[in-house]
Design a protein around this ligand. Structure first.
Ligand code: PXP
Length: 239
């Protein structure tokens, strides 16, 4: 079965709106695992708009496996090397964006990404690169030694028509097949929700893990975190 990593950034977004102690990020992680999630993902952004350093330290002590999404900036890499989470997913980061807007341009910064991937792998961290389903980027991910790629499903999720959605699914499928043939593991995520996740599960082969955040946290407002995760796990299981 495809594994579900639940991204709990927006539990922290709500907390930071009041700079308060609630909602509790660790509790949301525990409830996600109780609902059937296979792991927890958080993005430690350079501007610390939601997840804080203390969250990452605490989650890494209490939660397994923790997947840390992060930019390849030296400040954040230093933190990852100290904390040593189970997994790291390198993402591009722009300060003004609302969320991660595109995949990492690995081919344009091979030297820097190569260096960061080796530093992380040397500490035993499983490294994934968040990229668009583009042949050049998948080959570059292989070249720098990434264990996984995480295919960016945002363009698929934002497609307005069925034909555009199908076109994007095809790109994701071809990308996944290429990565698999190169021996690189495949994860996927971004913009997935209770309507569109099933198509990805059914039509994109070789996916080992989906990372889903916003839609689960949004549903949790009404049904609770555990139930929201259970509902998503059911979709993934019933593919
Ligand atoms: N994967 C990556 C690499 C991301 O940056 C994000 C957003 O933080 C997600 C998955 C989850 O996206 P969403 O919140 O749209 O489900």
């Amino acid at each position: 079965m495809i594994q579900l990593g639940v991204n709990i950034d927006h539990i922290a977004t709500l907390r930071q709106a009041r700079l308060a102690d609630e909602p509790d990020v660790l509790q949301s992680a525990l409830e996600s695992l109780g609902g059937g999630a296979h792991g927890i993902t958080v993005h430690l952004r350079e501007d610390r708009r939601h997840i804080q350093d203390k969250d990452v330290f605490l989650l890494n002590k209490k939660i397994f496996p923790l997947n840390l999404e992060m930019s390849a900036s030296s400040e954040i890499v230093k933190i990852a090397l100290r904390i040593k989470p189970e997994k790291v997913c390198l993402v591009p980061e722009k300060r003004q964006e609302l969320t991660t807007e595109g995949g990492l341009a690995v081919s344009k910064q091979m030297k820097q990404i190569d260096k960061v991937v080796s530093q992380l792998k040397k500490k035993g961290i499983v490294v994934s690169l968040f990229i668009d389903p583009i042949e050049k980027e998948i080959k570059a991910a292989k070249k720098v030694g990434a264990n996984y790629i995480e295919l960016h499903t945002g363009v698929y999720a934002n497609a307005k028509s069925k034909s555009n959605r199908n076109k994007e699914v095809k790109r994701l499928r071809i990308g996944s097949e290429l990565a698999y043939s190169l021996g690189v593991g495949v994860n996927a995520g971004h913009g997935l929700n209770y309507e569109n996740t099933q198509q990805i599960c059914q039509e994109v082969p070789y996916i080992e893990e989906l990372n889903i955040g916003h839609s689960i946290v949004a549903r949790a407002v009404f049904v609770g975190m555990k139930q929201a995760v259970k509902d998503m796990v059911r979709i993934i299981k019933n593919k």
